[in-house]
Design a protein around this ligand. Sequence first.
Ligand code: PEP
Ligand code: MG
Length: 577
Amino acid sequence: MQELKGIAVSPGIAIGEALVIDNGGFVISRRAIERGRADEELARLDRAIAVVSGDIERDREAVSERLGPQYGAIFSAHSQMLQDPRLHAELEQLVRDSLLSPEWAVRKTLRRYAQMFQEMTLSHLADRAHDLYDLEARLLEQLLDRRREALADLNAPTIVLAHDLTPSQTARLNRQWVRGFATESGGEGGHTAILAKGLEIPAVVGSGPLLSDVTCGELVIVDGDRGLVIVQPDQLVLDRYRGEAEQQRCHIAALAGFRSLPAQTTDGARIQLMANIEFPDEVAACRDRGADGIGLYRTEFLYLGSDSEPTEEDHYQAYRQVVLAMGDQPVVIRTLDLGADKVVHATRIEDEHNPFLGLRSIRLSLRNVDLFRTQLRAILRASVLGHIELLFPLVTTLKELRQAKLFLRDTMEDLDEAGIAFDRRLRVGMMVEVPAAAMMIDHFLEEVDFISIGTNDLIQYTLAVDRSNKEVAHLYQACNPAVLRLIDATLKAARAAGVPATVCGQMSAIPHQALLLLGLGLTGFSVPLNAILEIKKVCRSVAVDQCQAIAAMAMQMQSSQEIDVYLKEELKKLVPR
Ligand code: PEP
Ligand code: MG
């Protein structure tokens, strides 16, 4: 049994057989070969090594020519590693004596070397591990004839283990079969984590080295509550987790009692509790859990889930499905938030050193006029079918907001000219997720119909912490007093201006933080599907003045740790488990 600690990003317990996926999407299982086929398999391995050697030599020549021989030397080192007789002997032994496939032999041997390098404290030696991963990928690419088993093609219950899953890979996970996933890298606020919540798949990210020790088919537990990944659990642990999974099923069943009840505090304040969605087919579950609308529809997943660029009709059909399913309840459609970790081919920018500070979100939409207009047309067309509101993400300056609104007006004029109907009173809002917007909120409030605070980004930009980087995950703190002051000031300004405000970042879905937000006067929450009933329960267990007293106390504290502990204690007193 092996237990690894990572970051819990999507709650729940998943138990199942491992599917190990490497960075490039290769699936390598521990495959045995027949004794009589060893020579043939070794010949296949030799051919792969020869091809890779040729490729490396070509890379060396090209790089030396362009950048100088000192850069070409990187590839000479790769060549030397690949020609190392010890490596060949080990690979041969695994294939000839242990009768394992060349793919498995390459994976096992190169990862073992890489791990040895990684454990060395001298950084230039630790860096050699990357060279070995690179070699491994090249060899596997040859051996597998570039075949990659698509994650979408699963047909049995599975726990996916990967070094990293991009948001687009996560978006394609087959929800029918993927019971949970764990990744070696990644952080709490990243989009992969958000997707896991949306898909209601228990998940742990940032576990550190994991893949080298797991074989496809081995039993794995993903504990999405404590952030644990347990490989080959012993019987005692397995029984304990099976028991806990059963208890969770009961807890979820008990929360079902809140489905048809409104999110109303004990002193009668009606809270608007809406849902965050990424895919149209999530709306049925939103309705089932009694959400008051869709507070955030992350439309970029329309791009991330498909290979080709969505057409206006693709957009329209997706919005139509959501708005019709929600009846007269509001559906807040956010325009594309592509870029940073949510990249698609059409918008990929090479060599962005700091993608989270780069051409992402509304900046990217304003640069890709066709992309933006296509989406705005579809939203406007769908706006006659129900109650749609439009939300611009990552607005930083007034100029950006004005440009985006200008595009919207232009698009409205185009539709008018073409005689296509749309809702002329469409409400337009902006996300507050950059400190600059929070600081200038009084001016923004004069130009929008509503605001939605995106705490996931607001935290990362206020604290200068990459939300998807596990190395700084401990510094990503929602309850940091600086973050809380920005939220507090934004909510106060919105109230004074009479502009409705919602929080759609993850903070609103975490019970003790929701308590604080209620105390700061928030009346609009938008949370992932799996948090709707839990937050409804919090709302129905507290009075606003209780929350206000708690918030007043918390706002005097100086550290996020202190605030977190305090809020959790207050939650325990007010909301029975
Ligand atoms: C946020 O930043 O809080 C937010 C809701 O947007 P996203 O997580 O999609 O960046
Ligand atoms: Mg955001």
